[in-house]
Design a protein around this ligand. Structure first.
Ligand code: NDP
Ligand code: 13P
Length: 341
């Protein structure tokens, strides 16, 4: 499905999980030559020999021919012009440090990850730049309403590509644009990072709402107050409020909070139904980034003097065993309050 005979770019995707593999297909469809790096030999074998990633993206029957895979770090990044990182956020630093010495000098690094590092409270732009000693001009964040299974089915959709250098953002946007996938650009890296990471905590909460047996009124309250909370945290971190009202913010919130395809939503729903953390983890179809991120968000709120009632409630359910019903009634507060700000 490439656009021309000559590949647009040589791109390497680190991490052949659900989103790494689906995004690799977008890049291949856009006309790039794509190499997926995976640490699991069986995933590499199945992509190379069977043209499938049965473990992580079983819905795709045949990956495009211009995708290959390897487990060899040096071979994976040797000629890469763009390196895309799609590793579970809590393990990104450790995984990227092993690429630091072998990353091509001028490669652009794109993060697809949506999480805050629990041990440091850092966003993925900070983690990636630190782990790879990467200048910020070569860091790009991609985030939006992008449920991997729907993107992999080539359903119409869009994303946001952020870099402090708008020309670099445009280059990456072009590299991931296809007739079914559109990329919008911005320089608000912090905003895009905060949207993607924090909406996962809201998706956990909305999942808990439905799991606990409540309906759309409660879900709408949680989702809307969640947007207010994540916007306040983002703005206090240096982001533009506008970003939160766009595709990466409210757009992703709508997709994630409204779909059982979301691992965060599903994890929250299972907790709401009364499962233990262990049971919910065992059932999860991939990483639910909001779980470790909730704790980081609460600490971030304290540091930035931004109230985080929703993230605090979610965190107390996850880490202190509070009931979902209790946190939603506590969210309503006691005395009268009519000020929506
Ligand atoms: N799925 C989606 O719809 C979307 C996901 N995202 C974000 O993209 C990121 C990846 O998500 P997704 O691909 O879906 O998640 P998956 O759970 O499907 O995959 C996680 C990936 O991280 C890898 N990984 C985990 N630990 C390590 C480690 N120590 N070293 C190297 N690799 C490691 C896994 O490798 P292994 O297979 O060997 O365990 C796997 O490739 C997340 O931050 C997520 O929030 C963003 C948009 C959409
Ligand atoms: O970020 C996503 C959609 O935009 C995917 O959400 P989950 O990680 O909850 O599956």
């Amino acid at each position: 499905m490439g656009n021309s005979d000559k590949p647009l770019h040589r791109i390497t995707v680190l991490g052949a999980g659900a989103w790494g593999t689906a995004f690799a297909q977008v890049l291949a469809d856009a006309g790039n030559d794509v190499t997926l790096w995976a640490r699991e030999p069986e995933i590499v074998r199945s992509i190379v020999e069977d043209r499938r990633n049965v473990q992580r993206l079983p819905s795709v029957d045949r990956l495009p021919d211009n995708i290959t895979a390897t487990g060899d770090r040096s071979a994976a990044v040797r000629d890469a012009q763009i390196v895309v990182v799609a590793i579970a956020a809590q393990y990104a630093r450790e995984a990227l440090e092993s690429f630091r010495a072998i990353l091509p000098q001028d490669a652009i690094v794109v993060s697809l990850m949506k999480g805050i590092e629990r041990s440091t409270g850092q966003r993925m732009d900070e983690v990636v730049c630190e782990a790879l000693a990467l200048p910020r001009e070569r860091f790009v964040a991609v985030s939006g309403p992008n449920l991997s299974k729907e993107v992999a089915a080539r359903e119409p959709g869009a994303t946001v590509v952020a870099c402090c250098d708008i020309e670099v953002a445009r280059k990456v946007a072009k590299a991931c644009s296809t007739p079914y996938f559109r990329a919008f650009v911005t320089t608000d890296v912090i905003g895009v990072e905060m949207c993607g990471s924090l909406k996962n905590v809201v998706a956990l909460a909305v999942g808990m709402v439905h799991g606990a047996g409540y309906g759309q009124n409660t879900a709408a309250m949680v989702q809307t107050r969640g947007l207010v909370e994540l916007t306040a945290l983002g703005v206090a971190s240096g982001a533009s409020a506008k970003t939160f009202h766009g595709l990466a913010g409210i757009g992703d919130l709508i997709a994630t909070c409204g779909s059982p395809l979301s691992r965060n939503y599903t994890f929250g729903a299972n907790i709401g139904r009364g499962m233990s953390m262990q049971e919910a983890k065992e059932l999860s179809n991939g990483v639910a980034e909001g779980v470790p991120t909730a704790d980081a968000v609460v600490r971030m709120g304290k540091e930035l003097h931004v109230p985080t009632p929703l993230a605090s409630g979610v965190n107390r359910v996850l880490n202190e065993g509070l009931s979902c019903k209790r946190i939603f009634s506590e969210l309503l507060g006691s005395g009268p309050s009519f000020d929506e700000e």
